[in-house]
Structures are given as C-alpha cells and as structure tokens.
Design a protein around this ligand. Structure first.
Ligand code: SAH
Length: 389
C-alpha cells in the first residue's frame, strides 16, 4: 500500500481505503491478506473487502495464516465478553462485541437478556467458516441463549453480498424482555416490527434520571428509552416521536414497568419534534427537564453545517422552555459532529436564548461501546447534561 495507507496503520487506525492500495486490490472477497508498505516492510494481517471503500481492516500486526484465524477470533471474543463482565452493570443487556473497538472489525454482537443478536458488516464476517467460528464461540460463553442474525440490507449491498434474511440461528426464541437500570423493555429480533434499544445510551439514561425532575419532555423518544427512566422520578413525561410503530412499542414498554415500580404520567405523542417544539414554545409551555436525542443529522462531513443548524434550532427552543434550575439532556450520535462543535452549537443556542447554562456532565457512549484511541470513528455519541440557571 502507499505511504498514506501505511501511515494510517502505523498511526493506530485499523482501516485503509481502496485508493491507498497499490496495486489496487486483487485478493478474494473477505480473505485474510498480509499487507506491506512501499518498501516491502510487513504491516500486518488484514481482512479484505473487494467492494467497500474501506478495502482493508487490520486484524493484527502479526503475520498470521488462515489456520490461526479462528483461534484469534475466539481469543478476541473471549476478551470482549470478559470486558463486558467488568463494565456492564445494572443490566442483563449490553453490546458484547463492538467491531473495531474490540479488534473484531466488521462484527457486532448485542445481548438482550437471553437473546443475542449478531450482525456481520463485512465480507469477511459473512464467510461461512468465520460465521461458524463466531457462533461456536458464542455458544461456549452463552450456552442457554438464543442467537439471531440481523441483516442490514443496505450494508450487504455495499459489501456486494447476496441478500440474506434475518434469521434465528440457534435456540427457539427471537424475542424477550430485558432490563436496563431496573427499567424493562421488549426485544424482538425478528418480528415484523423490530424492537430493541439504543444500548449505547444505557448509562446516560441513569445519569439523566439523577437530575431529572418535575415536568419532562423527551423528544425523539423511539421506544421510550429516556421517557421510561424519567417517569420514575418526574411528575409528568411527554414523549414525542414521529414513528407510530415506535410509540406503540413504547406504550407496551410502559405497561411492563407500570406494575413494577413508580411511574409518573406518560403521554406518548406522535409528532415532528421540530414542529412540536415550535408550537409548544409559542404556547409558552414550560418544562423542568427536556431530553433531545435526535437521529444522526450529519451522515457525512459535508452535511455538518446543516446538521449544526438543526441541532441549534432544537436546543435553542428547548433552552427557552426550561424553568430556572431546569435540566437539558442533549445528545448527538453524528460521528462527523465533534464534541467541540456540539459544545459551540449549544453555547451559541444559550446566548441566543438569553440563558445562562451550566454543564453538569459531558458524557459519551456506555462503556460496553468502548472508544478505540486513534480510531475516531468509534467515538460518536455526545450527551451533555446541563442546568439552566
Ligand atoms: N432516544 C431514543 C433513541 C432515538 S432514535 C432512545 O434512547 O431509545 C431517533 C428517533 O427519532 C427515532 O425513533 C425516529 O423515529 C425519531 N425521529 C426522526 N425524526 C423525527 C422528527 N422530526 N420528529 C420526531 N421524531 C423523529
């Protein structure tokens, strides 16, 4: 590979783009390949994709062969599971394998109580032998659990893989009930209407509940992640999402919890959060706690300015509607928007709103979604908890 590709790997990143390969990629799809720099010096063993712009993902700096590959995978999976045993508290659910951040680039494995959900993101992890190695390792660690393979058709297209249906790979159940911080949720890995959760927000749910009080508004609630946590400590919760199916699951989640513990009034509202915030602001509605957790606005570097305008509009309106002492929990899951840019956006929104804002916590994703230093793409979630003075 060329100098730029080699510098990336030596700098600690795991990816090299196709444009940095010389000669440009000739290996079979999904194969294990040894890569060298322009002077022939060995750089490591990588998994190759014949389709993706991310042509190679480094597995190890050592020169290993196919025979050692499954052993390496088993070791890495075991290490990933051990790490979650240390860091995933107050839950029966977490991300067990987070791709590059667990040095298993292209593999995602989530645990929802007794159902595991696996996703292969690359040609390599779609190979029958590697999938089998992964399933065997999973069976060893979680002999009782069912396993579903979840397929993202868009990713398969990008990797030029033939379409495949999501399916139950082991066990009998693809749905279950799982718990985060004592709050219960439905999970259905295969059903017509997929359910699940943003496991990366688990620690932020608990953190938000430590400050939340009074009347709360949860914009972009999805299946009620923040709203159900807030309901344990707030008097009322208005939870907004534009997706009716998501809100239907949220209501079912509410039923799961109402019997089990204290739950404030929750109103599930189907609406566009931008319009609703505007209307509520005009109507002079006031809240003590507001959560903003929109979908990623910036999917590429180019759309960052537009994304920042969207974030600012939401945050400005929310800040205006908070009573003194009120709490704003504001998130961005756009990797392309840096923490610095997000903070600057919030600062500018506070200035325009004429409010003084104190930052209580600068948070990120839960520890079961670890961040690999030198691989910035693994750090994507920002969650600021603020108090309006
Ligand atoms: N806070 C949630 C995750 C939010 S995901 C949790 O913790 O589980 C983003 C959600 O925003 C999705 O459910 C999507 O349906 C919703 N959404 C997208 N655009 C929207 C809009 N303009 N108004 C309201 N909801 C929107």
């Amino acid at each position: 590979m060329n100098h730029r590709g080699a510098a990336r790997l030596r700098g600690g990143h795991l990816w090299v783009y196709r444009s940095d390969l010389v000669p440009p990629g000739e290996a079979p799809a999904g194969s294990l390949v040894h890569v060298r720099d322009e002077r022939g010096r060995h750089l490591g063993s990588v998994l190759y994709s014949s389709a993706s712009q991310i042509a190679i993902r480094l597995l190890t700096g050592d020169e290993i062969g196919e025979a050692q590959l499954t052993t390496l995978l088993r070791e890495r999976i075991a290490a990933a599971v051990r790490f979650r045993e240390q860091v995933a508290r107050d839950t029966d659910s977490c991300r067990l394998i987070f791709s590059e951040a667990d040095l298993l680039p292209g593999l995602i494995l989530d645990k929802y109580n007794d159902v595991l959900s696996m996703q292969a993101l690359t040609q390599a992890f779609d190979r029958q032998d590697l999938r089998q190695a992964v399933f065997d390792a999973i069976a060893e660690h979680f002999p009782q659990a069912s396993v579903v393979e979840r397929v993202d058709p868009h990713i398969r297209e990008l990797e030029q893989l033939p379409p495949r249906e999501s399916q139950l790979v082991r066990g009998e159940r693809s749905s279950t009930i799982f718990t985060m911080n004592g709050v219960r949720f439905h999970f259905d890995g295969l059903g017509g209407q997929k359910t699940g959760a943003f496991l990366d927000q688990r620690e932020n749910y608990a953190a938000a509940a430590r400050y939340a009080h009074g009347d709360a508004l949860d914009c972009f609630t999805y299946q009620g992640g923040f709203a159900l946590h807030l309901a344990r400590v707030c008097t009322t919760v208005a939870a907004v999402d534009s997706s009716r199916p998501a809100l239907e699951v949220a209501e079912r989640n509410e039923q799961l919890n109402r019997a089990a513990h204290r739950c404030g009034e929750i109103e599930w509202i189907e609406a566009n959060a931008f319009d609703l915030l505007k209307d509520y602001a005009t109507a002079n509605r006031q809240y003590d706690t507001i959560v903003l957790d929109p979908p990623a606005f910036a999917k590429t570097k180019r759309t960052v300015p537009t994304a920042l305008r969207g974030y600012k509009e939401l945050n400005l309106r929310a800040l205006k509607m908070l009573r003194p002492g009120g709490i704003l929990v504001t998130c961005s899951c756009s990797f392309h928007v840096s923490e610095g840019e997000f903070l600057a956006m919030l600062g500018s929104a506070a200035a325009d709103a004429g409010r003084r804002v104190r930052i209580l916590e600068e948070r990120s994703q839960s520890l079961d979604h670890p961040i690999l230093l030198n691989l910035p793409e693994t750090a994507y979630l920002k969650c600021l908890i603020c108090q309006v003075l």
